[in-house]
Structures are given as structure tokens and as C-alpha cells.
Design a protein around this ligand. Structure first.
Ligand code: PEP
Ligand code: MN
Length: 360
């Protein structure tokens, strides 16, 4: 996928002067509901109308979608409002029906991206299509699996591609339904800077009051667009009721979002930026020096542990260090989670240095 530039042609061709907005209900419920919401979104910044027809539900017994009949409703949306349409496909039969109904964009859901077999089945069914295909991240935080899904489609000669970041499942429940793990999306962006990256704050949040902040965060990270679940009566939606917003609220959200420029030629900006970047580089050098010094000390400790036949890992000492660093980190505005990750990694490296001395 060296030439990822061609994958964003479809988005460039939309000619938007703002991020792409995909909106519409989690599920198509009735023809009336689908059309009512579409008409309310018609003269807004929304370009693409979404509605799930086949719903992958974690537990059986929940609303599993209206099925193929909903495709006709999406056709009507296109005819009556001019909005483009998108729905989720999860197997080759869905693909066939969606292509027949001339759905403009197909998305692959998080529960599908986890399965290379199903992705391959979908890629084969789509082979050579010029439809736009958006791949949601897999439910588990695995960048390779996400990239793999995209590569299978690309290899099947599907060139109008994009990805949707919808957060990742965790066993421990946090305030989010799906943990954003922004670093994974950022890493994706670093690997494939031209592939359109869209954020789905609705499925990250799981609740509507978090959608604005998540959307702003995504735009600050240079995401190309947003997919936001929108329903005329969110509380009575047949699926994902807590996270949907009304078309009115969606318009407010879009008005309040700040779109920051990726770069600017304004005088002063470049010189200021250079100055800060030099400071960052200097600080990084100091960090490296400090880390190098710490590992040398660790090696010396390794030597005396060896001479005295003492185990490398001293659990009590390690938890003391971690606790102290968390407290001191907080005083410097560093989150507990960050400190814990950084020091676990430093500690592991120290152990490696000690072990090298002890074993060799
Ligand atoms: C959806 O978009 O309604 C959906 C089911 O999303 P996900 O695959 O991200 O859970
Ligand atoms: Mn949903």
C-alpha cells in the first residue's frame, strides 16, 4: 500500500472545506424514521447518511436490524435529500445486496475487522469495486489486524478506502464504552498519512455528553472526518439509545467545533515553532542522558547483586519507586497512567541491564 495517496482521491473529490461528516441513526428502524432524520440532516454539513441495516449485536435477543428492506429506504434518502448513503456489511450476501441497492459507501464493523476470514470474503465479493469502503478498527487494540483488513481490500483492487476509529474494548469499564487509545490511531496515521481517518465518537463514548469533546480531540489530531449517530428521538432508539444525539444537537456540535489548520504561513508562527522545537530537542537529549545514566547505575547494582548472590527483582523496592514517582509526577501535571507506563518500561530496561551483568 505504498501509494496511499490514491486512496484519498474520493475524499478530495468531495471538495469539502470542513471535515467530512457522516451522520444518521445507529439502526434503520422504520421507513418513516429513516426519512425523517435524513430530511433534518439535509441542509447541514452532513455529506453522508448512515444507518445500520444488519446489526451485529454482542448478545442475542437485541434488535438485529431490519435487513434488506432497509436498503430501499436508503435509496429513498438519496433520491429525496441528495445525501450519499452508507451501511455496514458483514458478509458477502450483505455486499451483494448493498451493491445492488447502489449504497455509496460500505463500512466494515469492528466485530468483522477482527476476522481475517470474513474480511477476505468481503474483499473477494467487492473485488474491483469503485465504491468507497471504510474499515472500522477491530474491537481489540491490534494495529496489525486493522492494517491487515485494509491490505486485504487493497489487494482485491479496492482503491477508495478509509478507516474509522471507534475505540477498543476493555474488560475494566472506564468512562468510555470503548477506550479511545488515541496513540493507535495516531500510529496508523503515521504509517498511512494519506488514508482518510474518521473518528466515531459515538461508539467511543457510549453516552451523548462526551461526543463534543471527543470530536474536538479527533480534529485536533488531524482526523479527516466524524461519524456521529443521530436520531430524531434518541432515548427511544432501538439500539445505542444513550449515545445518539438529535439532528439539532449535531448541528450545534458542528458549529462549536474548532477546525485548526495543519500549518500556516503567518509571520511569527514559524519562528516561534522553531524555538519551541529546539527546546523540545534539548529536553529530549537531557532525557536520553538521564536514561543512559540510570542504566549504568542499574548495571553497577547488578554487579553487587551478583557478588552477593541476590535476586534481580526486588518487588518491595520497585513498588516504592513507582508510588513515589506517581506522587511526584502528579505535582508536575503528569497522569498516573503515563507515569506507570513510563516507569514500568524503564524498570524493565533496568532489569535487562542487571541481568546482562549477572548472567554474562
Ligand atoms: C455501528 O456503527 O452502529 C456499529 C455497530 O459500530 P461498531 O462496529 O463500531 O461497533
Ligand atoms: Mn451503534
Amino acid at each position: 500500500m505504498e501509494n496511499s495517496k490514491e486512496m484519498r482521491t474520493w475524499l478530495d473529490n468531495f471538495g469539502l472545506d470542513h471535515p467530512l461528516v457522516i451522520a444518521g441513526p445507529c439502526s434503520a428502524e422504520t421507513e418513516e424514521q429513516v426519512l425523517k432524520i435524513a430530511h433534518e440532516l439535509k441542509d447541514t454539513d452532513v455529506t453522508v447518511y448512515r444507518a445500520g441495516i444488519w446489526k451485529p449485536r454482542t448478545r442475542p435477543g437485541m434488535f438485529e436490524g431490519v435487513g434488506a428492506i432497509g436498503l430501499n429506504w436508503l435509496k429513498k434518502v438519496k433520491e429525496e435529500t441528495g445525501l450519499m448513503t452508507t451501511t455496514e456489511v458483514a458478509n458477502k450476501d450483505h455486499v451483494k445486496l448493498a451493491l445492488e441497492a447502489d449504497i455509496d459507501i460500505l463500512w466494515i464493523g469492528a466485530r468483522t475487522t477482527v476476522s481475517p476470514f470474513i474480511i477476505q470474503e468481503i474483499a473477494d465479493a467487492l473485488c474491483g469495486t469503485d465504491k468507497i469502503v471504510l474499515v472500522k478498527n477491530p474491537v481489540n487494540p491490534d494495529l496489525a489486524l486493522w492494517m491487515g483488513g485494509l491490505e486485504r481490500l487493497y489487494t482485491a483492487d479496492i482503491k477508495n478506502l478509509g478507516v474509522i476509529h471507534r475505540g477498543f474494548s476493555t474488560y475494566d469499564k472506564s468512562k468510555y464504552r470503548n477506550n479511545p487509545e488515541w496513540q493507535i490511531a495516531v500510529e496508523f496515521q503515521n504509517k498511512f498519512p494519506d488514508i482518510p481517518l474518521i473518528c466515531d465518537p459515538s461508539h467511543i463514548a457510549g453516552r451523548r455528553d462526551l461526543i463534543f469533546d471527543l470530536s474536538q480531540r479527533a480534529l485536533d489530531l488531524n482526523f479527516d472526518g466524524l461519524m456521529i449517530e443521530t436520531h430524531w428521538d434518541p432515548d427511544n432508539a432501538w439500539s445505542d439509545a444513550k449515545q445518539q444525539v438529535t439532528p439539532k444537537r449535531l448541528t450545534e456540535i458542528m458549529k462549536s467545533l474548532k477546525i485548526r489548520k495543519k500549518t500556516t504561513d503567518e509571520a511569527g508562527y514559524q519562528t516561534q515553532l522553531e524555538t519551541y522545537r529546539e527546546q523540545i530537542d534539548d529536553t529530549d537529549q537531557l532525557l536520553l542522558d538521564a536514561l543512559g545514566k540510570r542504566m549504568k547505575i542499574a548495571a553497577s547494582i547488578g554487579k553487587i547483586k551478583k557478588d552477593n548472590n541476590v535476586a534481580v527483582l526486588q518487588n518491595k523496592r520497585w513498588s516504592q519507586i513507582l508510588n513515589t514517582m506517581k506522587i511526584e509526577g502528579e505535582q508536575r501535571g503528569l497522569s498516573e497512567d503515563f507515569i506507570s507506563r513510563v516507569f514500568k518500561s524503564i524498570h524493565q530496561e533496568s532489569i535487562n541491564h542487571q541481568q546482562k551483568v549477572i548472567n554474562g
